[in-house]
Ligand binder design. Sequence first.
Ligand code: NDP
Length: 253
Amino acid sequence: MGTLTGKTALVTGSSRGIGRATALRLADEGALVAVHYTSNQEAADDVVRTIEKEGGRAFAVQAELGVPGDVHDLFLGVEQGLKERTGTTDLNILVNNAGVMGGVAPEDTTPELFDRIIAVNAKAPFFIIQRALTIMPDGGRIINISTGLTRTANPQEIAYAMSKGAVEMLALHFAKHLGPRGITINSVAPGITRNDNPVFDMPEVVEQMAQLSVFNRVGEPRDVGDVVALLASDDARWITGAFVDASGGTLVG
Ligand code: NDP
């Protein structure tokens, strides 16, 4: 029996990257997982198929985040999927993972780009948490994916780092609010982690990025997914309001 048998989970942005690895690991531990995506249905369906092949349970949910009605659309699919499979809409674990980066110099950052980054990365997680709390039983788990860039500078990502700094505030303040319900909330900060970005196909760039970690490699999505699964488990019941460095030692300087 896995550590999450009988639990239900929503992982936003789990069609790819860190979210995908997190969904796979939570399902491997026995959770029924809502695999959320925005545009890449094929990728989300592949995650669901992979989980089912391993004997786990999952379903895909589509919703674009950072636009009006986003949270409503997301929970329509989540609640329907949970109800069909469990008979209730109880959601035990929420992972706010979906995010967009900037990759633009500060002088080229437009108000539109800034607003979008804040809307997807900071505003959406707040209102997803607000909505999730209406169906989360006591003892639930909330994990928000931040970034090591809230601790180390990259001038190409100021707006992005600002959005993730805001996300980290969710753990601090909600921890106090949710303590009486036994719900924990924490931030997980990855360092450079392999995803579909073409830079990861360039060995000389990967070698340079690897040097940022004390382990001399770039992170794999699973490195972060495993940390999220730990925080989602009962073993992590005494950790809340925390910033968890999952950067492979990138932040030690
Ligand atoms: P990917 O770029 O590989 O995947 C992004 C996921 O988010 C996809 O599932 C995508 O859905 C979904 N998504 C993106 N925009 C939206 C939107 N507007 N509405 C709904 N869903 C959306 O992500 P990573 O694995 O690289 O990153 C995951 C998280 O980790 C992010 O929060 C990121 O900021 C953070 N992070 C990543 C690092 C890295 O080096 N990779 C380092 C530090 C932090 P679809 O497939 O349908 O497009």
